[in-house]
Design a protein around this ligand. Structure first.
Ligand code: NAP
Length: 519
């Protein structure tokens, strides 16, 4: 899971859309314009906060972070469903510059990760930069002043000489395109917008989806609900999860000797790097990983028919690999049933499958993922001469090193196109993006630049290489996943080791950019 913050629909309290109201009544509104910051950051999740920390450490303190919600945390604030946890070990799923010796488990839960993020805000005194309840609805480059202007849905305008897009790729919960969605009269919950007030006890509940979120929710719901029905469209490869509590001696060792924690982090990093050989490319290690997956299924599921239903028919790594020790056991509880018939439609009472059976439920949980649109950003972004990013990216998002897009000067993406890892911690990638941003901001300042704009040809060459390399990966081996657009274009994943990615981000090569001096 990754960060997610400012965008259209987080289901939280937002400032009223004063601008739209005013337009409706045709009354002129005076836009509130704030002073120009050096860096404008959209989103106070891991990426936005991490960028603020590193900028601050390099002496850049004129920062404004716009956050649509009333709290920090991005995806870890939004994803609070029962069982929510990270499937990357906490010692690696944390910043190297803000290590936490007190992780309670090897794979910590979402509340603990959120507390870690809130702790960083306190430790690095970041609240001074954050403007909560600011839901950005438009971003535009003003070439005359050389600034980015972010307009909120309340009509406020915030500007920055540079801007960092840290709104998170998985910030818009997505209800599936199933017909009859509006007809269903029971309770609906999306995994990323959990309803903590709903009491599952004694209820007949359905879960639609068997992805990363679902396999964490199902083992918890089966303990609560009277009956749980799981609708699976595609089975996932599920691997064992080496999860255990951190003993107290371990925590005090990390506290007394931070180097020991750094050493563990390095070891975990290298172990995950080696997994790239199985996950990204089709190699003998891919076969080995599939054998482990089959062994896990065989040892946990005794019933042959259920095993057949749960056995993936695509290459491991093509979709996200899941890790769980309690998903298969949960499916075998007497009050749980797996349905693999495709869903035809929702009815007023429940779910109708294609063979004509209607399954009735008190509540349907949609663990159906996120809207990861081709156009990438949840609000319009206008670059030089008013060009729209949604149009620039119409045929799939592309960027230079995942971070800059030609024609959108001084704009930096975190988790931009083709920066997704399949085998290592997203935060490792994020740290190198953040350091690249800090370098760029410093260069803009020290060279007195109005604009730093990547050259179109450089970006095109970079992407040709990325797509050629992607063609040889497991992600492009034929299955359907949210990594690919509906036309099969992979604008999501990075086709290489995390080390390769980090190496390419080490140096800002100025000749790759058009440098426009300030007047
Ligand atoms: P997801 O991986 O996109 O899974 C969505 C599930 O819903 C899939 O099983 C999908 O089936 C199913 N689905 C979607 N539309 C459907 C429809 N119309 N009818 C029936 N089934 C439908 O979403 P997610 O589980 O929320 O995870 C999204 C991403 O979030 C993950 O890949 C991961 O990057 C991140 N995540 C991470 C963690 C973590 O532990 N770090 C935990 C949760 C999420 P198909 O497979 O057939 O499409």
């Amino acid at each position: 899971m990754t960060t997610a913050t400012a965008s259209k629909s987080n289901g939280r309290k937002r400032a009223p859309a004063r601008k739209q109201d005013a337009q409706a009544t045709k009354e002129p509104t005076a836009a509130i314009e704030h002073p120009t910051a050096t860096v404008l950051i959209i989103g106070a999740g891991f990426a936005g906060l991490g960028a603020a920390i590193r900028l601050q450490q390099q002496g850049v303190r004129d920062i404004v972070i716009l956050e649509r919600a009333e709290e920090v945390g991005g995806t870890w604030r939004d994803n609070q469903y029962p069982g929510a946890a990270c499937d990357i070990p906490s010692n690696l799923y944390s910043f190297s510059f803000a290590q936490n010796p007190d992780w309670s488990r090897s794979f910590s839960g979402s509340r603990e990760i959120l507390a870690y993020i809130q702790g960083m805000v306190k430790q690095f005194n970041l609240r001074q930069y954050i403007r909560f309840g600011k839901n950005v609805s438009d971003m535009a480059w003003d070439d005359q002043s050389g600034t980015w202007k972010a307009t909120t849905d309340a009509g406020e305008v915030f500007s920055g000489r540079t801007a960092v897009m840290a709104q998170g790729p998985l910030s818009n919960a997505s209800f599936p395109a199933i017909s009859g969605l509006e007809d269903y009269q029971g309770h609906k919950i999306h995994s990323a917008r959990w309803d903590h007030d709903y009491d599952f006890k004694g209820k007949k509940v359905a879960v639609i989806g068997t992805g990363a979120s679902a396999i964490q929710i199902i083992p918890e719901l089966v303990k609560e609900a009277r009956h749980l029905t799981v609708f699976q469209r595609t089975p996932a490869w599920v691997m064992p999860r080496p999860d255990f509590e951190t003993p107290d001696w371990n925590k005090s060792l990390f506290r007394k000797l931070p180097m020991s924690q750094s050493a563990l982090r390095k070891a975990l990093y290298l172990i995950h790097e080696s997994m790239a050989l199985a996950v990204i490319w089709n190699s003998p290690l891919t076969r080995l990983a599939e054998r482990i997956g089959r062994w896990h299924l065989r040892t946990q599921v005794k019933d042959r028919w259920l095993r057949r239903q749960l056995m993936p028919d695509y290459r491991i790594g093509c979709k996200r690999i899941l890790v769980s020790n309690d998903y298969y056991p949960a499916l075998q509880q007497p009050n749980c049933k797996l349905i693999t018939w495709p869903i035809d439609r929702l009815s007023a009472q429940g779910v109708r499958t294609v063979e004509g059976v209607e399954h009735q439920f008190d509540c349907i949980v949609f663990a159906t993922g996120f809207d990861v649109s081709n156009a990438g950003t949840p609000f319009p972004v206008r670059g030089l001469e008013g060009r729209l990013l949604g149009e620039t990216w119409q045929r799939g998002a592309q960027a230079y090193k995942s971070i800059n897009v030609a024609g959108y000067p001084n704009l930096f993406f975190t988790f931009g196109p083709n920066s997704g890892p399949g085998h290592n911690s997203a935060l490792v990638y994020m740290e190198s993006q953040i350091d690249y941003i800090v370098q760029s901001v410093r260069a803009i300042q020290s060279l007195g630049l109005k604009a730093l704009d990547v050259r179109e040809q450089v970006q095109a060459d970079y992407n040709r290489d990325i797509q050629q390399r992607l063609a040889k990966t497991n992600w492009n081996s034929g299955c359907k996943s949210w990594y690919l657009t509906k036309d099969g274009f992979n604008a999501t994943m990075y086709p290489g080791f995390a080390t390769q990615y980090a190496n390419q981000m080490k140096e800002l090569v100025l000749k790759d950019y058009r440098l426009i001096k300030a007047d």
